[in-house]
Design a protein around this ligand. Structure first.
Ligand SMILES: Cc1cc2nc3c(=O)[nH]c(=O)nc-3n(C[C@H](O)[C@H](O)[C@H](O)COP(=O)(O)OP(=O)(O)OC[C@H]3O[C@@H](n4cnc5c(N)ncnc54)[C@H](O)[C@@H]3O)c2cc1C
Length: 469
């Protein structure tokens, strides 16, 4: 069993079929569920409306992090610390499951690298400490990096502090996807491409799934169609806000790249704007703008080029070799939708921009829920299916995204301005001190800013010195 370089094509479903588990959608979510269910002994068939992994799952950059796309500051108040800790542990188990799957010899060389950095675009060291404490309380292994350390490995003045996740890792996203298919196939999963589920009747013990040329019956149906689910359960896809993410691979950039970036894991900024890493020794893999409408990916080559130049001006105008896009489904609360909607009808979607660990986690939760009646998926129950607002929701979602990015861009600008002002002030202070020393004038102590701690009180001069003077 090995992963072929060219993805194999699978037949359409042209005959009626009875299985235990029917998975609708062959992205990362559907593939992880299918693999886990088949490994537990179920007969599994996957229906894919187009080609396996044609969308987000084939477009992702391969960064595997613990956690979810939603900030901890939103998650903890919503469910409480104990519940958030349990969810976080599941998300880490999802990442570990990806690591174990990727280590299967069938995967071949998935270009594995360790570590990820979450860099701050603003100078907020105090918030970094708060976040580090929270992540530590949740059981994550993390390190805080000071500005000097960050700028030692990323030669840019755009970034300040960072959180380093030593246990995060990255792999070649497309190879991993193809490897998943090979492993699932080996476990007995049957794949059908160009076979959309056009209607689903979820009533009864055996559910009926209609496809253009044939019907299927299954005890369990898993809806893993992301935003494309369409007619079979339109109300479900309406709970997702589609967000298109665009990515590019540069041409080889030579030594200039290793001079600018000396970190071999992935880097994502806290604004959620840029996500990048070095691949193949001297190329940059960079994902940047997001839109709430589809567009030809080529249109974003210039935008990505400009982002790279903004962050690393020393790389100048980088040549782009390839650009692509994928659409992710964003829920209103930011957490994935995982669980049993009614007996035997499961949902695995809404994975947003963090889909590798979370889809692997969904695979485990759903497969265990189906075979062992394990109900840990209920930890996701507080995150209901909320209508994402249709077209109006998309426009609002885009406006909110732009406003948030503009606000943090402004904060970043301010931080950098303050930093440059502090450097200028220190230089002129030093020049003044030198000039004063030359003129024999005693230097006045520098004025403290409100944020600086007061120096410790000086010890009073020893008494005997006073008496001697
Ligand atoms: C540019 C980019 C970079 C990313 N980088 C990362 C990263 O580094 N790390 C990370 O963790 N995540 C990343 N993500 C996010 C990740 O890719 C997604 O969260 C994940 O792939 C979602 O998987 P999915 O299976 O839910 O959706 P999809 O990949 O969209 O798969 C759903 C499938 O279901 C099929 N389908 C839908 N309806 C039907 C139907 N009725 N019948 C049959 N088939 C149907 C569709 O055709 C589709 O193939 C990135 C995303 C993008 C776009």
């Amino acid at each position: 069993l090995t992963v072929d370089e060219a993805a194999p094509r699978w037949p359409r479903l042209t005959y009626d079929l009875d299985v235990e588990v029917c998975v609708v959608g062959a992205g990362l979510a559907g593939l992880h569920v299918a693999l886990e269910a088949a490994r537990r002994g179920a007969s599994v068939a996957v229906l894919e409306g187009r080609e396996i992994g044609w969308n987000a799952s084939g477009a992702q950059l391969g960064t595997v992090m613990p956690g979810f796309g939603v900030p901890l500051s939103d998650l903890i108040p919503r469910v409480g610390m104990k519940h958030a800790t349990a969810l976080w542990a599941l998300s880490q188990a999802g990442a570990e499951s990806v690591r174990a799957i990727a280590a299967d010899p069938a995967m071949g060389d998935v270009a594995y690298t360790e570590g990820a950095l979450e860099v701050s675009n603003v100078d907020i060291g105090d918030r970094l400490i708060e976040r580090l404490q929270l992540l530590g309380d949740l059981g994550s292994e993390v390190e805080g990096w000071q500005v000097d350390h960050v700028r030692g490995v990323l030669k840019t003045d755009r970034y300040f502090h960072a959180i380093h996740y030593p246990q995060a890792f990255q792999l070649d996203g497309r190879k991993y996807l193809r490897g998943l298919v090979a492993l699932a196939r080996h476990a007995g999963v049957r794949f059908f491409e160009d076979t959309p589920a056009v209607s689903i009747d979820p009533a009864g013990i055996r559910k009926r799934i209609v496809t253009p040329l044939a019907r299927m019956r299954a005890e369990q149906v898993v809806l893993a169609g992301n935003i494309h689910l369409g007619d079979p359960l339109k109300r479900l896809s309406d709970t997702l806000l589609p967000v298109w993410r665009h990515a590019a691979l540069t041409q080889p950039l030579g030594e200039a790249l290793s001079e600018a970036i000396a970190f071999h894991g992935s880097v994502a900024d806290t604004d959620g704007v840029d996500h990048f890493r070095i691949v193949g020794g001297d190329r940059l893999l960079w994902s940047s703008p997001e839109t709430t409408w589809p567009a030809r990916p080529e249109r974003f080559a210039g935008a990505i080029q400009r982002r790279i130049r903004t962050v690393f001006p020393q790389l100048r105008e980088v040549a782009i070799a390839r650009v692509w896009s994928g659409v992710v489904g964003q829920t209103v609360h930011g957490m994935p939708q995982i669980g049993e909607l009614r007996k035997g009808l499961w949902v695995a979607s809404g994975f947003g921009r963090q889909g590798l660990n979370t889809t692997a986690m969904a695979g485990q939760l759903i497969a265990r829920g189906m075979s062992d009646k394990d109900d840990r998926w209920r930890l996701f129950s507080p995150f209901e299916l909320v209508w994402a607002g249709g077209r109006t929701g998309r426009i609002a979602g885009h406006a909110i995204g732009v406003a948030a990015r503009q606000a943090s861009a402004a904060a970043g600008l301010l931080s950098r301005y303050r930093e440059r002002a502090a450097v200028r002030a220190a230089r002129s202070e030093a020049r003044l001190a030198a000039a004063n020393r030359g003129a024999g004038i005693r230097q006045r102590p520098p004025e403290r800013s409100a944020a600086e701690p007061a120096p410790p009180p000086r010890d009073p001069p020893p008494r005997d010195n006073v008496s001697r003077n």
